[in-house]
Write a protein that binds this ligand. Sequence first.
Ligand code: NAP
Length: 284
Amino acid sequence: MTKIIDGKVISAAVKQRVADGVKELNAKGITVGLAVIIVGDDPASKVYVANKKKACEALGIISEEYALPESTTEEELLSLIKELNSKKSINGILCQLPLPKHLDEKIIINSILPEKDVDAFHPSNVGKIMIGDYDFVPCTPAGVMEMLKYENIDVEGKTCVVIGRSNIVGKPMGMLLLHKNGTVTICHSRTKNLKEICLTADILVAAVGRANFVTADMVKEGAVVIDVGMNRENGKLCGDVDYENVKDKASAITPVPGGVGPMTIAMLMQNTLTAAKKQNNCKE
Ligand code: NAP
């Protein structure tokens, strides 16, 4: 029987853990605060920001939303980040991407204090992930690792194939699997023999951004299949994996929706709690 890995159940467990952690800090007189900056009117970004705010409220995390107009200058945005960097009640700062074209994402991300960079996009945090000594991990790969842990899927010695090499998902995903002693291959649009490589995978992670990209003939019998993709097809949310045809071949699989998606916000909440603990010298 294929195990359907339920992101709703696992994210609820993570959120409960975070809510308990927040309560413990509150009992010591410490609050936990997340600032979310959004520039412009991108509808998808607005939905993500609203969801993050809702999650914070449910877990006792104070959320501050800074909705700035599209016309915001780099100087104005940097000045806000500088203010939030030194604001004691704010433990985490997140700048919703993508930013309008006239703003340089690199400059903006680099201006967030690494210890408040709960998205783990700052080069300092990226470097820490590389050497395996990190506090924050980008939320989506962190969510995948949490799912594997929850389901007792051991990575050690497994052949892991990640399709996608973005800085947000593919690359950190590969590093986290490597840190757990998986043997990792990261594939991308120039990869030759993608199907053959995927067929070697005990754990296959798809982060491509193309609906039904991973077909059953690319999946080894009994593989664990993690679908990070979030695509819209005919108005319907679907992943990168041809779920209906792959699910009978896999030993475990994440659905879309209800798989990796709900984990991302839960791990953001976890990173915010970690930031608050670190900044207040509390033990993990
Ligand atoms: P991205 O930056 O567009 O990266 C896509 C990756 O897929 C690239 O590395 C690209 O290779 C590779 N790729 C494209 N076509 C390919 C092909 N034909 N064969 C092999 N590799 C191919 O996307 P992303 O930000 O990593 O996101 C990936 C997907 O995950 C999207 O659907 C996104 O919406 C979803 N996502 C979900 C969550 C969540 O919370 N569940 C969070 C983040 C992202 P090149 O580098 O060579 O171009």
